[in-house]
Structures are given as structure tokens and as C-alpha cells.
Design a protein around this ligand. Sequence first.
Ligand code: NAI
Length: 698
Amino acid sequence: MTATYEVRGSVAVITLDNPPVNGLGHATRKAAAEGVERAENDAAVKAIVITGAGKAFSGGADIKEFGSPKALAEPSLHSLIAVVENCSKPVVAAIHTVCMGGGLELALGCHYRVVSPGAKIALPEVKLGLLPGAGGTQRLPRALGVEPALNMIVSGEPVNSELLAQIPGQKLFDRVVEGDLMAGALALAAEVADKRPLPKVRDLKARHPENQAFFQFARNTVGAMSKNFPAPLRCLEAVAAAVNMKFEDGMKAEREGFLALMMTPESKALRHAFFAERAASKIGDVPEGTPTRSIAKVAVIGAGTMGGGISMNFLNAGIPVTMLETKQEALDRGVATIRKNYEAQVKKGKLKEDKYAARMALLTTTLNYADIGDADLVIEAVFEELGVKEAVFKQLDAVMKPGAILASNTSTLDVNKIANFTQRPQDVVGMHFFSPANVMRLLEVVRGAATAKDVLATVMQLAKKIKKTAVVSGVCDGFIGNRMIEQYSRQAGFLLDEGCTPAQVDKAAEKFGFAMGPFRMGDLAGNDIGWAIRKRRYQEKPNLRYSASADRLCELGRYGQKTGAGWYDYVPGKRDAIPSPVVVEMLEKHRAALGITPRQISDEEIVQRLVFALVNEAAHLLEEGIAQRASDVDMVYLTGYGFPLWRGGPMCYADTVGLFNVVQAMKRFAKNPLDDGKFWQPAPLLARLVEQGKGFNE
Ligand code: NAI
């Protein structure tokens, strides 16, 4: 049973009790409906109160049942709401703490509603690409007023109960109860026990004085803000139906909208990302409840680009940080950059002056390892050279207290080698932040061969505290994200050889939805970084083909924005990428030297080659066990590489296209003599899935 029933005097109290947020799963719905029936049949009961146990009235649908037959099993949420609304005795919702989604729709089916101040009220379905499908779009505008209801439904954002109660004319809440909510609910129940007819939200009118003009304006605004997402406009049309149609017809319109959205790839992608984020925090062989180490003090080695950004994450979370460098000037520069970043936030009104001061007060600096020995976690972010890392980790091994976690932010070096510079490889882990580290959500947690389970559990938990999306990666060159991006970049290079301009490739990628195409990205990150990696690869893998166009670019000193020129030209002080005649000429010469006659390449081919290169490499990563699950790969790309959210990540996108079709395209690309035919052989996992007619994320 997941709802309890008791009778207090002449009032039956039904308490939803399905921790953590009283999700309206099947058992809860059934118990609640049975409670209403029991009260209906008990002559001694005059009224009913519905409330929630613990820290919520109800958070809405039970996510554990999402997509399973239980989610729709009778009594469905619609049926439960009908039972409540049609009850012959008054039903009072006693709302507190959290009342969202289906929880709010249930409350709107009650005859009366009392609420505690500070309760978070929301219809968040739009965030999963859906609309509230159990009458929310029809009842909320009637109870609250059209405009505030529309704002809540289209944004999905929670609003505090006391603010909603202040809206003139609102009928969402009959009373705001300061203090004992149950006492307030029972008092109202007693007052209305004999009052008839029972008030129903469905009988109210949803009106807007400027109906046509208001919705036209809203359509324009919402449409412009939600280009790639169909749900917000569908939400809006459902609310318009509440105004323009009879209740029953509006409910039908809501239903149609809900079912249509459920089928959209955008909603599938958003739901996928929602569950992918939850899945990523779990590690197969590290059970939940694994003890964690306490992290109250952090040290960061290196106060450069990454060290500073990494430090800010901890300062923001109220955790003291000591930065260590070899020279005072480097420390001063690092601190100045942190100050500059915070000051920009203060100027924009995003950070209060006193909070800024409090954060800076948590930051100390040192040139001396003795000062950081008592830190619980130390993150190394020094130059990317194994020799430098070796010296640092040997020092850390000598000074850090037992049990301290020793992390490296390396993006390419072998974490196992780094671990073996110490006598405590079990305490060593990779924490690969992305630049700018104070902004980017992704954190790749690199699991070494010896990394202890409690170290992993601690870092995963800590990631949440500093608001990062952590994804576990095994040790390999580039880990998950960069190993995949190398194949994507290689394709971008081949596309230039074959006839594309950088702007054409970028435009196609950006039209697909990438935040930035590969060449604008290169100019931002610095083309010299890729150059250095390629030079290493030419030694390690002399048979692997790369386009030499990027080398020719770097030979011209065009490293990107930092040198004022890269794949594009830049005007000093501005970031606009201006197509460069120098680069076009360079590419023409490069092609001529290779004897290539340029051809016209379609946007479709460009996008497929870029994205399917990611997909095939990821299939290898899964096979090798470097990535735990396909949805982890999607999280890496959604949070670290600007992959469009409405496509759900590369693996989710490949599933949408169909893996059979993906492989068909790969076979075509393999025949292109200017491409790398060997790379396009489908990874064994991909071939197997096609054979079985399955997708990555099933
Ligand atoms: P950076 O050159 O901006 O900063 C490195 C800092 O380390 C410098 O301030 C330097 O003075 C200091 N340093 C060098 N040797 C030291 C030592 N022995 N002891 C103490 N401090 C020392 O480099 P960046 O970009 O911050 O990179 C740092 C690490 O982060 C590298 O391992 C890099 O691969 C990794 N990384 C860089 C990313 C990026 O986009 N820049 C992204 C993710 C990881």
C-alpha cells in the first residue's frame, strides 16, 4: 500500500505515501481511489482530506514506472481524478512542500485546496517535451487565470505557493495555512462538510480580456524562444483550448496534444536525457551505499586556465581551496583571473557582492607542499607532460595525509601511469574537467585499474555537490569525449580535402544543432592543440590517415582566435568568424598538390560523416568497456560538446535514424577513396545490434 487511510472525527484523511516524493505510481493511485470509495461508503464520514507524507504532497508521475504498462494501468491518473471530482462528499487537498505535475493535476480535481507557504507548485511536463496530460492545461487556467497558468505550463518552472495565492481572483488555493496544515485542512473540511453544490474547477471559466491578441503575442514569443522544441507551442494551444472550448472538448484537445508530443523525437530525446543523467551517476560494480570519504578541504596544483576554473567550482559550493604553484607570479595571475570572473558575474547581477567576498575568503594560495598535506582531495592541473606530472605526484605522495584522494585533470595522459608514480594507486583517479571549468557541466571521472570503489563513490557524490554531470570513463587515449572527437575532426579534415570550405562544414553542423561547427570550435580551442596531438599520432600510428590541411593552416601561424586568425579571420576584440580568402586559397593549393578535383558535398553527407564517426567510435568504446553504457556517451556529448539536446546525444540520434540506416551510410563512406575506408567498417557492437534489429539505448 502506498497511501494510508484514517478517520479523524467525521473526516477521512488519505495520505499519499510513496517515498521520496509520493509519485503517483499504480499502487498509490489504487490506494488513493480505494480510500475515496471507502469514505464515500462510510456514513460517518462527511468530508475527505488528501495529503502527502514526508517531504511532498506529490511530485507527480512515478518515474520508476515511466514507459512501463504500470504507468497507464487503471486506475489511471485520469480515473483517480474523476473519482475525486465526482465524489459526493467534499474533498480537500492539503498541499505542502512539493506539488508538481500529476500531483497538481490531482489537487485541481479536488473541491478545495489549502496550502502551506513555501510549497513549490509546478507543471514541469514541458521539460520532458510533453504537456500536462491529466487536465492540467484545462484546470490550471480556470483556477489561476490564463496568463499565470500559461507561464507556468510553458516554462515548467516551480512557483512558490504564497506568490500564487496573491494573484487577484485566483481560485487555486482556498486558504494559505501558516502553521499546522492538517489542522487548517480539517477546519475547512468541517466548515464545508454540508455545503452543496460541490465546487469544481472544471465549472469555472478561463477568460482573458484580450483573448485573440494575447494568444497571438504569446505564440510569437513562445515560438521564437523554443525553435527546436515543439512542446511549448503545443502547451500554449492546449491552454488556448481551455479558453475557447467547453471543458470536455478542451480535455480532448489536451489528450491529442499529449499523444502527438509523446511520439516526437524531441520528447523522446528529452526523456532519454533525463534518464541518462540519472543512470550516469551509477557505476555497475560500485553499489549504492558504498561508503564515501569526507571532502571538506581541497587543494589544486597549477593556477592556470584549468586550475582556476576548477577551484571556482569548489568555492561556489562553499568548500575551501588552496592553490599551489611554482612561482608567486603564477599564483597572482590565477587569483586575478578568478576575481575577474566573479566580478563579471557581480556586474551582471548574477552574484551578490557579499557572496563574492565569502567565496574569495575560502581561497588561499601557497608555493609550499607542506601547506596542503591535510587536504581531503587534491586536483592536479599542471602542464600536460608526463615528466611534470611525475614530479608532482611523487611530491603529493610524500606530503598528503593517508586517505586523501589524488586526482589528475589530464586530458590525454595515462592515469594508470600517473597512479603508479605513487605508493597509493588506489587513491588516484582522473577528474577531467572541460574548459571553461567553472561553466561546463561535464566531468569525466577516469577510473584507473587500481582506483578504489570508495574513491569513485566519493567523486561521483562530490560532482553533484559542485553541480557537474559526472560520467565514468576507463583509461584510454582521449577518454570518452576526446577519443570520439578525434574521429569527428578527421572527417572534418577529409571534407575540406574533398571540396568543402570550413564555413560550409560549420554551417551544416550548426544547422544540425551543434553549438559550434568543428572549425569555429578549433579556432576557439586553439588549432595548435590538435596539431600537437597529430604530430604525436604520426609517430604512434604512421598508417592512420589525416587531412594535412590543418597542418598547413598551423604552418601559417593561424592558431585561431588567440592569434587573430585561424580557419577564419577575426577583427581584434571580436569573436565573429569571417570566412578567409587566405584559407580558401590554401585549401585550393592543398587539393591541387594532392591531385584532387573538388566536388560539391551535400549538408546531409557532411552531417552524417561527422555524427556517424562519433557513433562508430563510441561503439568501440562500449565494446572495450571504456564507456559503461550508450546513454553515458550521450551525456558526455550533451554536456561537454554542444550536441543538440533535442536530438538526445549521438547514440540516441543514431537510434532515431535506425542503426541499419547508419550502417548503410557507413558502407557508402567506406567506398570513398579519399576517406578512411577501414575506419568505416562498423564496430562489432554496431554490426551485432543491426543483426539483432536493436538500438544502442534499448
Ligand atoms: P595552463 O598552462 O593554463 O596552466 C598550467 C599551470 O600549471 C601553469 O600556471 C603553470 O605555472 C603550472 N605548473 C606547471 N608546472 C607546475 C608544477 N610542477 N607545480 C605547480 N604548478 C605547475 O594549462 P591548462 O590549460 O590549465 O591545463 C592544465 C591541465 O589540464 C593539463 O593537464 C591539460 O591537459 C588539462 N586540461 C586542459 C584543458 C583545456 O581546455 N585547457 C581541458 C581539460 C584538461
